[in-house]
Design a protein around this ligand. Sequence first.
Ligand code: LLP
Length: 441
Amino acid sequence: MSTNQSIKPLSTHINSLGHLEIGGCDLVSLAVKYGTPLYVLDEYTIRSICKDYKKSFSAYNNTRLMFASKSLCTVATSKIISDEGFGFDVVSAGEIYTVYKSGTDMSKVIFNGNNKSREELLLAINLGVGRISVDNFYELSLLNQIAEENNVEVDILLRITPGLECHTHEYIQTGHLDSKFGFDLSQIDNAVDIVIRECKNLKLHGLHAHLGSQIFEVSVYGDAIDIIISEMVRIQKKYGIILDEINIGGGLGVRYTETDNPPSTDQIADVIISRLNAAVSEYDINPPVLFIEPGRSIVSTSGVTLYTIGSSKQVPNGTKYVAVDGGMSDNPRPSMYQALYSAVIANKPDVLDALQNVTIAGRFCESGDVLIKNIALPNPSSGDILCVFNTGAYNYSMASNYNRVQKPAMVLVNNSQSDIIVLRETLDDLISHDAVPSRLV
Ligand code: LLP
């Protein structure tokens, strides 16, 4: 089993008090010490999945593992993932800056995105970001212009849409034809032509595609490799340039509920490596450098969110709602994508009697702010600590201040030690960016 196939962080167990424990830390004590809602991240689990990826891809020497920081971007987590030897996929000045501040070697960073600004491209160049994946014609000329003005050569890939549909939520599919990302296959030649003729300050190294997220079918990666390599070979022949880098994006799924069966890192590596090796011998080319950019599968399993249960409401002959002190602002995924989660009560995780079917409601002013529909929990009562699993990815990174609620703190646990890695926002933080025009004073 690889780490992404576990619902819970690998160090999860029930301690002698009958409480849930992660990284040797009692979750009830963490809730008391740091307050709730609280993001808890297990360092051991993050390092384990990094090691899984390294082992699974070790059969292909030219692999560059990059972490998609859009799934979770903090200085501390970037340090851990960098320490495990990963580079980073970044998509904004904020992510570039965070990764830079973590001390990462910026040559191991790739800048993605469909509408990068001049300022962001300049920051990437100035901080020595290793690759820029150019998404569209506008960006080609903008980037070349910036590179020319600064008298530098910029190393690029071209982001393409391989035209593959994968079965995931419509909003998180990206490799299909009618996508806002990347060059359509029919536009690649035009783009390469422009790079060669007009972009003297850009050096093209290869092609990049991202197929979607929370992917369970490994075969789609094989199909993408076939398409991308055949395009690379065709372009090399037609234009007489060498393309020796392929970026296959991220997307490996995780296990939010018992019915999810994501592939292991070995399974996805086997498909990618075998199809790559087959293409290398079929076209008689040198093995290209392979970039892979997993996000969710690196951090999701390591994270849980702790909430305190407050009010509840039994609708006569209907649903029993149990409300927690967080919801759609710390985890927008259920309301955005109908995402499913698993949870237990951290102060009685192994109690199996008095089970009630309840719906976990958030505290925000929207009927759609429901975290989990229909979950069986043992007599959930006010003051209980709810632990929702698999919240390490796309929770904190998508958090908002809706209803002017402060974002939670994040704590890193390992070997019975807990450390704050993101401070809880204060009320003063919330108003710190407000300004009042003098005529109103
Ligand atoms: N590379 C590129 C170019 C991407 O656009 C993404 C994710 C990744 C890598 C990482 O994919 P992952 O391994 O995390 O699946 N907010 C959504 C997910 C959006 C993913 C966007 N792109 C969610 O919460 O499900």
